[in-house]
Design a binder for this molecule. Structure first.
Ligand code: F6P
Length: 539
């Protein structure tokens, strides 16, 4: 059992170093070092990271990197890429990096090179995608498939939906995607409202093929299809993505139309596995392949770049710096790209399910705070709602701004406005507006306190050239490895998710009570809620 993290000498050095930041301003730091923007920036895989507007200096970085080394980040990274069982509580590898390895690479876990299997599935997905696109695969009545509905939740949904929106300009002509995740029947009704079953294909995406929401929606979809087209239509209108062959068979689906993956792929790390089938159908094989290449490029960078210039390492260390030494509780994800509207939601699962842990790998309570609360909305929308609090509120909220130099919409002038706002927001947060400046502008003294912007509010700016498939893959892998970096330093298992189990189990018990006369003992609040619901649920 290792000593608590906060008793290590480098942790204490960082605590002491943090004291030296009282009264230091970003204004001063930029004045003192004209090269600061250059010195605190890094670039890889088409992504430029400006981290100069952070409350850091070379000593901060030196200490954070010393911490990473002391926590064996490099060894743990090597273990991940070597397919070791780093997901200790589930006794599995976390080997998502093998999903994007090019053909011919050798990546072994448990002594087996998995790359040939990965490409076998990718080839199957590609053949299926082409057969839908060229109309050789048709629905039961002979109509071509035009609408793909992914039924899945969590990691079997958020990545595909995010990518479908992010890659909007790359969509395959004539293809439309929809997503059914929530068990709320309103989702199903809404998504299928104007669909024709004859031209709709459902992909039932579930690693386990046991998830309540997905199985319920899949049964509903089956009724929806068979009531219109007959029982025999199931084979032409349903395919499965899962690791669980038996459950797919038990559902009555043809396992010949099943796309598999492996227990070493965590749900939230699966958008580049067969879980990405809807993405491939949506944007085509070539674009999906380019996205995988972007993931792989970032994997290579993470594996080989010195820690000091390593984008995921730097981003992970910066997040940890505020989380543990500045008491920041959240991290705002602010994409200045309409097409990245679902990126914050995607990162919520990636980061909060991975690093929302209260015990370390030895099962001991962690001695320091772990994963930050991730939230965000696209700019400029957020500027007119919550940015007030980021600028002038009492909390420190580090921000990740994400933007692209080239527009993908024909409205190039609007893109200039968008990017001007991104750059301005980072500037305003860092440097604020002092009382003297306001007075010099003639602002009435009574209003000065209200109009002061304290500044010193840290942010990263991630700038890509364009939001294309390759860049999207690199961006996702960047955050995956940043999450990994933080998890390694905290000494937690970033690849399990036991915290979702209790609610699921209790819901099953309550379902039994709602659907029968069975009764279980509950606390007074739960019992009263149940009783009120039973009395008033109507029909
Ligand atoms: O909610 C927990 C979880 O297990 C996630 O980790 C996962 O992404 C999601 O449920 C869906 O699981 P499955 O793909 O097995 O349906």
């Amino acid at each position: 059992m290792s000593a608590p993290l906060n008793t290590s000498s480098v942790w204490r050095d960082l605590q002491q170093h943090r004291q030296s930041w009282e009264g230091v301003t970003l204004r001063q730091l930029f004045q003192d070092d004209p090269q600061r923007a250059r010195n605190f920036s890094a670039e890889s895989c088409g992504l430029y990271l400006d981290y100069s507007k952070h409350l850091i200096n070379p000593e901060t970085l030196r200490l954070l990197i010393t911490l990473a080394r002391a926590r064996h980040l490099e060894e743990r990274r090597a273990a991940m890429f070597a397919g070791e069982r780093i997901n200790r509580t589930e006794g599995r590898a976390a080997f998502h990096v093998a999903l994007r390895a090019p053909k011919g690479h050798v990546m072994r876990t448990a002594g087996v090179d998995v790359v040939p299997e990965v490409h076998k599935v990718l080839d199957h997905m590609a053949a299926f995608t082409r057969s839908i696109h060229d109309g050789t695969w048709r629905g039961a009545t002979g109509q071509p498939i035009r609408k793909i509905i992914n039924i899945g939740i969590g990691g079997s949904y958020l990545g595909p939906e995010m990518a479908w929106k992010a890659l909007r300009p790359y969509r395959h002509p004539g293809m439309d995607l929809g997503f059914i995740a929530n068990v709320d029947g309103a989702t199903f009704t809404d998504v299928t409202a104007h669909l024709d079953p004859a031209e709709t294909l459902f992909i039932v995406s579930s690693k386990t093929f046991t998830t309540l929401e997905t199985m319920t929606n899949a049964q509903q979809a089956r009724r929806w299809v068979t009531s219109a087209l007959g029982e025999a239509a199931v084979a032409r209108h349903f395919v499965a993505v899962s690791t669980n062959v038996e459950a797919v068979e038990a559902f009555g689906m043809d396992t010949g139309h099943m796309f598999g993956f492996w227990d070493w792929v965590g749900g939230r790390y699966s958008m580049d596995s067969a879980i990405g089938l809807s993405t491939m159908l949506g944007v085509g094989v070539e674009h999906f392949t380019a996205m995988l290449a972007g993931f792989h490029a970032m994997d290579n960078h993470f594996q080989t770049a010195p820690l000091e210039q390593n984008l995921p390492v730097l981003m992970g260390l910066l997040a940890l710096w505020y989380n543990n030494f500045w008491d920041a509780q959240t991290l705002a994800i602010l994409p200045y790209a309409h097409d990245l509207a679902r990126f914050p939601a995607y990162l919520q699962q990636l980061q909060m399910e991975s690093n929302g842990k209260g015990v370390d790998e030895d099962g001991q309570p962690v001695a320091v705070d772990t994963g930050a609360i991730i939230w965000g909305e696209p700019g400029t929308d957020g500027q007119h709602s919550f940015y007030q609090l980021i600028h002038q509120g009492t909390r420190l909220i580090p921000c990740d701004f994400i933007g692209f130099c080239q527009p993908l919409s024909p409205l190039a002038e609007q893109h200039e406005l968008l990017m001007a706002n991104l750059i301005a927001q980072a500037e305003a947060l860092a440097f604020g507006k002092a009382a003297e400046e306001l007075r010099a502008e003639g602002v009435a003294e009574t209003l000065v306190p209200f109009r002061v912007f304290p500044g010193n509010r840290p942010s990263s700016v991630l700038l890509g050239d364009r939001l294309d498939p390759h860049t999207l893959g690199a961006l996702v892998a960047l955050y995956e490895h940043s999450v990994f970096t933080q998890g390694v330093i905290w000494g937690i298992d970033s690849f399990d998710q036991w915290g979702v189990e209790l609610g699921k189990a209790l819901a099953q018990r309550i379902v039994a009570e709602l659907q029968s006369t069975a009764r279980h003992p509950h606390d007074a609040s739960t019992a009263a809620l149940l009783q009120r619901y039973l009395q008033r649920r109507g029909g």
